[in-house]
Design a protein around this ligand. Structure first.
Ligand code: NDP
Length: 520
């Protein structure tokens, strides 16, 4: 990622004041976060050094000991109070999101709203998902009682992106906290103010223990967190940076979750509601200026409805308004270097015979990109194979839905996707190689706290959200307790050959007779 204007601080106190004491003190260097709509400075924050990251992680370990010793109810109470702060001040947080990313106020509010809902679910369900539960000991160990529970790992390092600076990192942060961990959060250099606001608001409800800290800075600060003494890294960002994070974490055998990029496809079947499907394609591809990891980038449409679908998409795409005024649906490109990526994908497609039905090369300005719809795009061009991360769509005609599935799956990514079909929606969704698929809607899975979120292939691994997301920040703890002395003691040198014979008889009786495995 390119850096913003890193520069020496005027005084260390100024640098510290930006984080409100939720981070270690004393950074001498700062950087600016800029409003991408106009280049104004939105805030100035410390560049945290490796030493400061180490200090934050050490403090977090102490805080984690306190936080994990609380009961689920006690943690739930504190998380509930934080939820209240977020809900009451969502306008304030939304304003920072708007200033740092340029996205419309409504979109900024939406991601805060969804994060609050996830927080509420995680806090409410942590005990049910993670608390001790009895399991069957099995016939051979019938004298034992067995329980499994999921214990907090300790300190989680969360490294976040800028495109959804609240919703995305909170998908890790709130599940990690609800599971009993402390968190050290490195926000993107484009959205440090959001990270600081989150840590400061948490510190209002938990003032005496640094359970959630923020370390602002550039890529190096993230690298320092990845190689620090955290117990797990939850990384969200590009696939390339994910590989660096994983390599750094490997040195300490630190486990990682990688939530990386995507190239999600939408499938439109011949019986689909075309107005709804077009609405979903246009919103899924162009909202947030296309800077959505689970945004729609490719559309595969049954040949029988292709022309009607394209007409409908064009009708809707023409009414998408790009800008920074109150009426705009779509804001600027947040990370300036992404403009060149978007242009290279569009130019490559056009040079190879694609047609832009709306937008095109001229649609890419200095800060804003107008909606662009490309057809006749070769399947091996950049606009189809690489993550574009702009308000662009490629639309391709397919013979049938088998071809649509094959083309959708012909990617190294596997994050989300959507299917529009009245009869075959769920069947087609199951055949798409990705972590999440919405049927007859778009990105709906991300808004449901009960569903896991994450990808396969170059989109990463591990899951946030839902029960899987809670377990991701824990380790399974198995406990067996002997209730009565066993008739045959297997785990002792006193075991006799007679016992071995009886065990062999028993196991043959249990498993020798049939090749099928009965369900219990
Ligand atoms: P980047 O990979 O550039 O950065 C992600 C985070 O990693 C930032 O905080 C960045 O800091 C930090 N970082 C940079 N270098 C290193 C390093 N060497 N070690 C550790 N951390 C480092 O991604 P973007 O911020 O540009 O985010 C966009 C990407 O995120 C897209 O590919 C998108 O698809 C993906 N994404 C995936 C999601 C998912 O859930 N699967 C959700 C949202 C986005 P800094 O900003 O200071 O460079």
């Amino acid at each position: 990622m390119t850096t913003t204007s890193a520069k020496p601080a005027t005084t260390p106190e100024e640098a510290v004041s930006a984080t409100g004491g939720t981070s270690p003190r004393g950074s001498a260097e700062t950087f600016d976060s800029l409003n991408p709509a106009n280049g104004d400075v939105a805030g100035t924050y410390p560049v945290r050094s490796a030493e400061e990251v180490r200090t934050a992680v050490a403090r977090a370990h102490t805080a984690a000991a306190w936080w994990s010793a609380l009961s689920y109810d006690e943690r739930g109470e504190l998380l509930g109070r934080w939820k209240g702060v977020l809900a009451r001040r969502m306008g304030q947080l939304g304003q920072i999101v708007h200033d740092e990313t340029g996205k419309p106020h409504g979109d900024a509010q939406l991601e805060v709203v969804l994060a609050i809902d996830h927080l509420a679910w995680a806090a409410r369900h942590a005990e049910k998902v993670l608390g001790p539960r009895r399991v069957r000991p099995g016939l051979l160990m019938a004298n034992q009682a067995a329980t499994v529970e999921y214990k907090a790992l300790g300190v989680i390092g969360v490294i976040g992106p800028w495109n959804y600076p609240v919703f995305t990192p909170m998908g890790s942060i709130v599940y990690a906290l609800a599971a009993g961990n402390a968190v050290v959060f490195k926000p993107s250099e484009y959205t440090p103010g959001v990270g600081v606001w989150l840590a400061e608001s948490f510190a209002e409800v938990v003032p005496d223990h640094p359970v959630l800290q923020v370390v602002t800075g550039l890529g190096k600060t993230g690298a320092a967190l990845a190689s620090s003494a955290v117990d797990k890294i939850a990384f969200t960002g590009s696939t390339d940076t994910g590989k660096l994070v994983m390599a750094a974490a490997a040195a300490n055998l630190t486990p990682v979750i990688i939530e990386a990029g995507g190239k999600d496809a939408m499938l439109v079947d011949e019986d689909a509601d075309l107005v709804d499907a077009a609405d979903a394609a246009v919103w899924g591809g162009m909202s947030n200026a296309g800077q959505t990891c689970v945004g729609v980038e490719r559309v595969y449409v049954h040949e029988r409805v292709y022309d009607d679908f394209v007409d409908e998409v064009m009708k809707q795409a023409r009414s998408v308004r790009v800008g920074s005024d109150a009426e705009a649906n779509v804001g600027p490109i947040t990370m300036p270097s992404q403009l060149a990526v978007i242009k290279s994908h569009v130019d490559d497609a056009l040079a190879r015979g694609a047609r832009a039905l709306i937008g095109g090369s001229d649609a890419i300005g200095k800060r804003f990109v107008q909606p662009t719809v490309l057809v006749d795009v070769p399947e091996d061009s950049l606009a189809v194979t690489e993550e574009t991360f702009g308000p662009t769509l490629t639309i391709a005609k397919v013979r049938d839905m088998d071809e649509a599935v094959d083309r959708a799956n012909a990617t190294r990514y596997g994050l989300g996707g959507a299917v529009f079909s009245k009869k075959r929606g769920v069947e087609l969704a199951r055949r798409i190689r990705s972590g999440m698929t919405s049927v007859n809607s778009v990105i709906a899975f991300a808004a449901m706290p009960t569903l896991p979120f994450g990808g396969v292939g170059d989109s990463g691994f591990g899951r946030i959200h839902g029960p899987d997301g809670l377990k991701e920040f824990t380790y399974a703890k198995a406990i067996s307790r002997q209730r009565i002395r066993p008739p045959m003691l297997l785990t002792s040198f006193t075991r006799t050959t007679k016992t071995d014979g009886k065990v062999a008889q028993l196991i043959t009786l249990m498993h020798g007779g049939s090749s099928t495995i009965p369900k219990r």
